[in-house]
Ligand binder design. Structure first.
Ligand code: IVH
Length: 677
């Protein structure tokens, strides 16, 4: 038989790569048990992308490369659910729970009902239609009958398989056409990151992960949805005809899991309502340890036959109930409303509260966000309010109480016309919610600015923490960040609790800061909306502060991640004569004002390498440059954070450590292959 030509092998190769990728996606996103590093996964993905680029005719919609596709054009079309998506009745205490159990037993004339207890995930419900084993539609609940077709966005959620393999469906005993219902959630980590980014871009924070997830799933930009790291837990399997697929709900959960969907592992079959009650109490104590928010426990009758018997009331099944946990909330009185001035001059009203314990911690401050929020709540000083600790770390005022025990406060809060810290002018830009102090020399801004400048990710001046910065600002020894570089031992020794040794340490740290790269200086300037990553992109694009300073808004927008708003903010910063003067002083102090203009690749973005031993053709420095130019990072020692060890001959202990930690070891040839060299 003649040997197959290389291109005849491609379809099989492509399919093989896809299978591998799907397998590893399932291990990572569904089972939380990855077997390979992110870098190895990325390499497989890269290989598949390259083959698909060369052979576009082989691309299929369920290829792992096709999660982010075209944008939905105009909003989301409405689609009718196969069967209504109902909600659940709630129980708020043990009595209501036991009443429900009694009613279930009466109606079924059975004792000893078996229940399934599941976490009540605080997200939004979503139906998935699989047709012929392919994900065909993802539909929001909508009004329960008509939902929105958000398929393009749903495809970016990695725990949702784009297709189910024939083997998996066989194992699961599901038909080839079926529907899944479950919950989309945003884990706390994604929520915090997303809110920080929004804040940096001058956008309002989302109040809780549920709103953030709901907002995200309806975003018209699948790319953004993909970055937000939503997760999906399945809790129902339906047949398209409405026939029963399984005898029990717990079998349905196992089937979903066998088909490759993510089922929350924290569920349990309970033989009695006492066991249910135990489950509820156990999880109430443990809910803070979960990576996502839950607001209760859902209890379902396990037998599908009994579910049929029990049926539905108007809007909810009689065979299930949601036990709702009390929000982590407390009631207390607002003694005052204070203003906090941030680094960018933003004024945040903060309620000073009579201390109250909420979910195990004493709370004496709660944010009121902005004037709009105060108006919405109708808050006055002296009011009794409900304060909640939600997914966000900062407690917030959610409602004003008004009854005999909680008489209304009388003092109306007004945003000050002058900054409470410096007396500077306060402005509210047209169309923005926030009020800002415009005085560049405002001491509050100054303190926050210096703290930012000295922090680890900027100039890394250890020892320049809050207490030192407060003193430096109060004594006017530092009135802007350039003054830091004119500090002397004598000046430092004039401060409280400062000895010769500590003063010298601080000065040494300041000296070392001058050698830090350009992007740190740019980040340290505290330009509104310019975070760490943007600073890096700016440094790489312009290569010096001077080119950056002189760039037009059009030029600025050529930089990765810089849009019109960020460009305007950068321009505004450099147009301010005071800021120009500051930059000249930093220049004379000897900070790094030049870098290298780089056209970085992205093949190795986010990956950390360690190089060890002697490489056959490249020196270690050359290899380091290659990796960095492709977007990777090179570190000196092997740890769990290392993605790859690049090993040459005579590699020693680093290689042993890599093997011990099961880190992928590659040689020079493999590196070059990935880089296409
Ligand atoms: S079952 C017909 N199970 O809670 C019953 N719902 O308050 C449908 N939810 O709309 C729901 N976790 O969005 C079920 N393990 C779980 C759940 C869950 C969260 C949500 C779901 C539902 C709402 C009802």
């Amino acid at each position: 038989m003649p040997a197959k030509s290389p291109s005849a092998r491609v379809p099989a190769q492509v399919e093989d790569l896809r299978e591998k990728l799907r397998h590893h996606e399932h291990l990572y996103y569904v089972l939380d048990a990855p077997e390979i590093s992110d870098a190895e996964y990325d390499l497989l993905m890269q290989e598949l992308k390259e083959l698909e680029r060369a052979h576009p005719e082989l691309i299929t919609p369920d290829s792992p490369t096709q999660r982010v596709g075209g944008k939905p054009k105009e909003g989301f079309p409405k689609l009718r659910h196969s069967r209504p998506m109902l909600s659940l009745d709630n129980a708020y205490n043990e009595t209501e729970l036991r009443d429900w159990d009694r009613r279930v037993r009466e109606l079924t004339t059975k004792d000893g009902i078996e229940y399934v207890c599941e976490l009540k995930l605080d997200g939004l419900s979503l139906a998935l239609w699989y047709r012929d084993l392919q994900l065909e539609k993802g539909i929001t609940r909508g009004d329960g009958s008509l939902g929105e077709d958000v398929t393009t966005n749903v495809r970016t959620i990695r725990s949702i398989p784009l297709s189910i393999s024939a083997a998996a469906v066989k194992k699961s005993h599901l038909p080839k056409d079926f529907e899944v219902r479950g919950e989309v959630v945003m884990p706390f980590s994604s929520f915090a990151r997303m809110n920080d980014e929004r804040e940096q871009q001058g956008l309002a924070r989302f109040a809780n992960p549920r709103n953030a997830a709901a907002g995200t799933i309806r975003t018209l930009e699948p790319n953004i949805v993909a970055q937000r790291r939503l997760d999906y837990f399945a809790y129902f399997a339906l047949s398209p005809e409405g026939t029963d697929l399984f005898d029990t709900h717990s079998e349905a959960l196992s089937a979903l899991s066998a088909a490759g969907l993510k089922v929350n592992p924290n569920h349990k079959v309970a033989k009695s309502i006492d066991e249910v009650w135990n489950f509820i109490n156990q999880w109430e104590a443990r809910r803070d340890k979960l990576a996502y928010e839950i607001d209760g426990i859902v209890i379902k009758v396990n037998s599908v036959r009994l579910q049929r018997e029990l049926g539905f009331t108007g809007k909810a099944p009689r065979w299930a109930i949601a036990y709702k946990y009390a929000a982590r909330a407390g009631e207390t009185q607002i003694e005052d409303i204070l203003i906090q001035v941030g680094r960018t001059g933003k004024l945040t009203p903060v309620a000073a509260l009579k201390s109250v314990p909420i979910g195990g911690t004493m709370v004496s401050r709660a944010t009121l966000h902005n004037q709009d929020e105060i108006d919405r709540l109708g808050v006055k000083i002296g009011d009794w309010v409900t304060v909640e600790r939600g997914g966000d770390v900062i407690p917030k005022v959610v409602r004003v109480l008004d009854d005999k025990a909680h008489p209304r406060g009388t003092r109306i809060f007004k945003m000050p016309a002058r900054c409470p810290e410096c007396g500077g002018h306060i402005v509210r830009t047209e169309g923005e919610v926030d009020y800002r102090c415009v005085n560049a020399a405002c001491p509050a801004k100054l303190r926050e600015n210096i703290l930012h400048f000295a922090s680890r990710s900027v100039m890394n001046i250890e020892g320049m923490g809050e207490s030192l910065v407060n003193q430096l600002a109060d004594k006017r020894l530092v009135t802007n960040v350039a003054d830091i570089f004119e500090l002397t031992e004598e000046k430092l020794l004039s401060l409280d609790r400062m000895g010769k040794k500590s003063a010298q340490n601080v000065l040494r740290e300041i000296e070392a800061a001058k050698k830090l790269p350009l992007e740190r200086v740019i980040f340290g300037l505290g330009i509104r909306m310019v975070g760490e990553r943007t600073a890096e992109f700016l440094a790489e694009h312009f290569g010096s502060i001077d080119s950056l300073m002189d760039a037009s808004e059009e030029e600025l927008q050529l930089v990765n991640e810089v849009g019109p708003r960020i460009a305007a903010s950068i321009k505004e910063f450099f147009e301010e004569p005071g800021n120009r003067k500051l930059i000249e002083r930093l220049r004379s102090a000897g900070l790094t004002f030049k870098g290298e203009v780089k056209k970085r690749g992205t093949q190795l973005a986010g990956k950390t390498f360690v190089i060890t031993g002697t490489l056959p053709t490249y020196s270690r420095d050359e290899a380091k440059r290659l990796i960095e130019d492709a977007g990777g990072r090179v570190s000196g020692s092997v740890s769990k954070k290392t993605d790859f060890v690049l090993a040459g001959s005579d590699a020693g202990s680093k290689l042993d450590k890599a093997n011990e930690l099961k880190i992928n070891v590659i040689d020079e040839a493999e590196l070059l292959k990935v880089l296409g060299k």
